[in-house]
Design a protein around this ligand. Structure first.
Ligand code: DX5
Ligand code: ZN
Length: 219
């Protein structure tokens, strides 16, 4: 069953309580952590994860777009993230970092920027719960999906299916009403969508609409 994970980056940050409640029909809450160094933007500290957990039962996946993930993993794990996604490009000891995430009892995800090849994580597929294929260059919501990421998703799908492992494929950035079904057909398990949801006047309806699209398996 394909899941959806709305990102609150482009939600109404002046009424986060409302934004979080509008997406409670989703499967995950996608939480974009940016340090102004790994990506040219600065966002939420771990106290926001704690605050959101007070008002929502949605499991939170913290997407760490940070240069020092070893420092931030414990903070976002202890704040209550169910899944922590780190960037392959942000650690020279990625295998050890994945073990560290799992030691905190969190699901471990590894993200690849658009230019980073799948070979960067081929020796980790048995260790991680999820691979996040960035379909935009990280740092901002509302960007256009990079079409050349579709064959990358299909290649990863083949790679995972050839090994009979349970690693999920997630994509993040530029999802819209036209490409969502194409992405599901390419073999995605989790779809992140931020602007698509929050630019709609009725976010609850948008969440239900996206769930409907992914549930049909893309057709
Ligand atoms: C970008 C973030 C994405 C973003 C969602 O660096 O990782 O999660 O917030 O992107 P859109 O708004 O395109 O769905
Ligand atoms: Zn993200």
């Amino acid at each position: 069953m394909v899941e959806i994970a709305p990102s609150i980056l482009n939600s109404n940050l002046l009424n986060l309580k409302e934004s979080v409640s509008e997406i409670n029909g989703a499967d995950w809450l996608h939480f974009d952590v940016m340090d102004g160094h790994f990506v040219p933007n600065l966002t939420f500290g771990p106290m926001f994860v704690e605050a959101i957990k007070e008002i929502s039962d949605l499991p939170i996946e913290s997407h760490l777009m940070v240069s020092n993930p070893d420092f931030f993993v414990p903070l976002y794990a202890e704040a209550g993230s169910k899944r922590i996604i780190v960037h392959a490009e942000s650690s020279v000891h990625l295998h050890r970092l994945v073990q560290k995430i799992k030691e905190f009892g969190c699901e471990a995800g590894v993200a690849l920027n658009p230019a980073t090849p799948l070979t960067a994580i081929e020796h980790l597929l048995e260790e991680v719960d999820l691979v996040l294929i960035m379909t935009v260059n990280p740092g901002y919501g509302g960007q256009k999906l990079i079409p050349s990421m579709i064959p990358k998703i299909k290649k990863l799908r083949e790679l995972i299916d050839s090994r009979e492992i349970t690693c999920k494929i997630e994509i993040d950035g530029g999802v819209n009403w036209d490409n969502a079904s194409i992405l599901v057909e390419a073999g995605v398990d989790v779809v992140v969508a931020g602007t698509l949801i929050f630019r709609e006047p009725d976010r609850r309806k948008a969440v239900a609409r996206l769930k409907g699209i992914v549930a049909k398996g893309g057709n």
